[in-house]
Design a protein around this ligand. Structure first.
Ligand SMILES: [Mg+2]
Length: 487
């Protein structure tokens, strides 16, 4: 056995059936452990990593099968008729530090030059702070930043960039540490039509602006020599967002953000690797696939071509741009035809395979794929990084199931850009030292509303499409390829 494995490992680069080998190994946990030990001296790190992943699958699957006794407690892409993808921060992997620095500097510059904020706002760069953390919520009027537990209680908070004590939190938000406007936060955000007293820095596009807002509070407090009773900076930050991300900013080359990306896209984004491209092709040969992105058609096309190559459209049966999530999964906004980058007319004759559309709604998408696969209730999956838009909304309002893309699964392993001592783990936290850790709101939503969570698509592309993974139907084992450090 050892000779055969040695030959196999050494010829791995040229051996076309690596996916079949991994599949076979899944039938034998001991073989996986053996292979892991065996290849260590050969310094084949990626292969060793794969073995670690396989061992995780093994241990989790064996737990799952003992508990539930069926594959129903596991997940496989092969279980679905139709599989969809988000684009930004899912297929398109941004390089976080340059992207954060870009967004932070444009916003700070806009506020100083156009809204008369103090120049100090531009002086503390992103990389030198410990403030960056996904999922913070700003209490706009008080200038406070909140981290919520699964029951919506405030587990940590800051005023500006200064961490608040437990006593300060209780003094402002009550002994139960609850701020009523953020109760049932996910539902409120899906239904919101009115301006809320809070804003959620929910994804990678707005992590750096959270720092800008906190620095505004610091600067205003310093100017006045004390905290304000009521802050009024949010409308200016909102104007800054509009300046950067307005819908026609890419085509008009304004707002700073899109021009910078277009000037030097490889500084900000990684093209998809060969494995991911092949996996998408393999998936497309077996299943129906779609791309569903919030980006406007001009930027989405530019980004997709950079990431997937000039034939990117061939990888999908349908492409929907400017989808306006989470509304896509909730409302009944019509699909619009496109002439180049211009929206022309409402789609009345039904969607056509291979086309690109703008806006739209889940119900029509479902009808289209039901006809395409010849089933009245096709099983449809969506893979995306926004917990609210890509995971919670489809789960809550449609039959669409989801895979959550959560970089923090691996990024919290080491100190880095997405690790903050001030804010602690994205997944779990405790109210005070010595108390039991509880899941955060975000970990809770991920585990309740997605099938599995992965740090990136590359985590699954070296496995065959019909690979089975432990799912959240068995508790936290749905995190792949490993449990977050805090669990
Ligand atoms: Mg996204």
């Amino acid at each position: 056995m050892s000779l055969a494995l040695k030959a196999l490992v050494l010829s791995r680069q040229s051996y076309p059936g690596w996916s079949h080998i991994t599949k076979c190994l899944l039938t034998c946990s001991r073989a996986t452990v053996f292979l892991e030990d065996f290849i260590k001296p050969f310094h084949l790190h990626s292969t060793w990593l794969k073995c670690q992943q396989l061992r995780f699958v093994h241990s989790s699957l064996s737990v799952g099968f003992e508990d539930k006794g069926s594959v129903n407690s596991t997940f496989s892409f092969a279980d679905y008729d139709v599989i969809g993808f988000d684009l930004d921060h899912t297929i398109a992997k941004y390089k976080l530090l340059p992207t954060f620095e870009l967004v932070w500097s444009i916003l700070a510059d806009f506020l100083v030059k156009n809204r008369n904020y103090p120049p100090s706002l531009c002086q503390t760069p992103v990389v030198s702070t410990d403030f960056l953390s996904k999922g913070l919520i700003v209490d706009k009027a008080r200038g406070n930043f909140l981290k919520l537990s699964h029951d919506h209680s405030i587990v940590r908070a800051s005023h500006g960039t200064t961490r608040m004590t437990s006593d300060e939190i209780r003094h402002i938000y009550g002994t139960n540490r609850i701020w009523e406007p953020v109760m049932n936060l996910a539902d409120r955000l899906c239904y919101q039509n009115q301006i809320q007293p809070f804003f959620v820095f929910k994804d990678n596009f707005v992590i750096a602006p959270a720092l800008t807002c906190a620095q505004i509070v610091d600067a205003l407090d310093k100017e006045q020599g004390k905290s304000s009773i009521c802050y009024d900076f949010w409308k200016d930050v909102y104007d800054g967002f509009m300046y950067m991300f307005q819908r026609d900013a890419f085509i008009k080359q304004v707002g700073g953000y899109f021009p910078a990306i277009q000037r030097d896209i490889s500084t900000y984004i990684n093209p998809c690797d060969t494995n991911l491209r092949k996996w998408l092709d393999d998936l497309h040969s077996k299943k129906k696939t779609y791309l569903l992105t919030g980006s406007n058609v001009d930027y989405a096309s530019y980004l997709a071509e950079f990431c997937l190559g000039p034939k990117w459209k061939d990888k999908f049966d349908l492409i929907i741009t400017y989808a306006c999530k989470p509304g896509f999964f909730i409302a009944n906004r019509p699909f619009l035809n496109l002439d180049g980058i211009n929206e022309t007319s409402v789609v009345k004759e039904g969607l056509q395979p291979g086309r690109i559309y703008s806006q739209g709604n889940w119900q029509e998408l479902h009808t289209f794929f039901a006809q395409l696969v010849g089933k009245s209730k096709p099983k449809i999956l969506y893979i995306g990084d926004s917990v609210l838009e890509d995971v919670f909304a489809p789960s809550k309002f449609t039959s669409c199931e989801s895979v959550a893309v959560v970089q923090e699964i691996v990024s919290e392993e080491s100190s880095g850009l997405l690790t903050s001592e001030m804010w602690g783990s994205y997944f779990s936290d405790c109210l005070s030292d010595g108390e039991k850790s509880e899941n955060t709101l975000w970990a809770d939503l991920i585990m309740k509303h997605s099938q599995i969570a992965i740090p990136d698509l590359e985590s699954v592309t070296s496995f065959p499409v019909d690979q089975r993974y432990p799912s959240f139907k068995n508790g936290p084992n749905g995190f792949f390829p490993k449990l977050p450090k805090m669990f």
